[in-house]
Design a protein around this ligand. Structure first.
Ligand code: DC
Length: 229
C-alpha cells in the first residue's frame, strides 16, 4: 500500500446543486485570493460532449475510459470566464446550456467516468491554493480540503437564477421547463451510487436563497481567515 503525502496546497471545496451561485462565488474568491479555480462541472460537460460526439453510450465502459486518455479536453481563461475546448474546437456555448448539463449528469453517474476524471481534477491542486466547484469536491475529490462549503437554495430561487444566467448568455429558455429540468438533474445527481451530491459531514452549509453573492463570499472569507490565522 502506498501512503500519499498530505498536500500543503489549501483547497476551498464548494459543492451544491445547480443555481446556488457556486461558480460566481468561486470566481469572486479566486479574484480576492489569487488562487486557481477548478470548474469540475465544465469538465463533466466537456467529457459528455466528446462522448456524445464519438457515439459512446453511458454503458460503453471501455470506450469511455479510453476517451479520457485521449487528452482532447482543454480549458483556457478569458475575460468572460473559462473557455472549454474539445478536440481543438471551442465548445463553451454548446455545452453551457441545460442540454449540456443533462448529458453531463448522465455520464457523470458512470463510476468509470468519475474515476477517469479524478486524476485530472486532483492535478488542479496547485499553489497558492485552489477553489474547486462541483458536487463531490468536499466528499471525494478533496476530502482533506481545509475549507468546505455546501451551497443550497430553494428550487424556485435556483431555477430563477439559472434562467437569468442562461438568458444573459443568449439561450432561449422557458422558466417552467427549466425548473423541471433542474429537478430531474438534481434527482439524478443526488441518487447516483458513486459520489452523489451530498454535503460533507464537515462542510459549512449556507442557504443562499435570501443572500446576495457578496454576503456568501464574505461568509466564506471568514472561514478562510479563520483557517489562515
Ligand atoms: O456544475 P454544472 O451544472 O456545470 O455540472 C453539470 C453536471 O455535471 C451536473 O449536473 C452533474 C455533473 N457533475 C458531477 O457529477 N460532479 C461534479 N463534481 C461536477 C459536475
Amino acid at each position: 500500500m502506498t501512503i500519499e503525502p498530505k498536500s500543503t496546497v489549501p483547497v476551498i471545496a464548494i459543492d451544491g446543486p445547480s443555481g446556488t451561485g457556486k461558480g460566481t462565488v468561486a470566481a469572486h474568491l479566486a479574484e480576492r485570493l489569487g488562487w486557481h479555480i477548478l470548474d469540475s462541472g465544465a469538465l463533466y460537460r466537456a467529457f459528455a460532449y466528446l462522448a456524445t460526439q464519438r457515439g459512446l453510450s453511458a454503458d460503453d465502459i471501455g470506450g469511455l475510459t479510453a476517451l479520457e486518455r485521449t487528452d482532447l479536453i482543454r480549458f483556457s481563461s478569458a475575460p468572460g470566464g473559462v473557455q472549454i475546448w474539445v478536440a481543438g474546437r471551442n465548445v463553451t456555448d454548446a455545452v453551457r446550456g441545460e442540454e449540456g448539463g443533462r448529458t453531463a449528469s448522465v455520464y457523470a453517474a458512470v463510476p468509470a467516468v468519475r474515476s477517469a476524471l479524478l486524476v485530472r481534477q486532483r492535478a488542479a491542486r496547485r499553489l497558492p491554493g485552489l477553489i474547486a466547484d462541483g458536487r463531490d469536491m468536499g466528499t471525494v475529490v478533496f476530502p482533506d480540503a481545509p475549507i468546505k462549503v455546501f451551497l443550497d437554495a430553494t428550487p424556485g430561487v435556483r431555477a430563477k437564477r439559472r434562467y437569468k444566467q442562461l438568458m444573459e448568455k443568449g439561450f432561449d429558455v422557458n422558466l417552467a421547463r427549466l425548473e423541471e429540468e433542474i429537478a430531474r438533474r438534481d434527482y439524478q445527481d443526488i441518487h447516483r451510487t458513486q459520489s452523489p451530491l451530498i454535503a460533507a459531514d464537515d462542510a459549512h452549509v449556507v442557504d443562499t436563497s435570501e443572500k446576495g453573492i457578496k454576503d456568501v463570499v464574505c461568509e466564506v472569507m471568514q472561514l478562510v481567515h479563520a483557517y489562515m490565522n
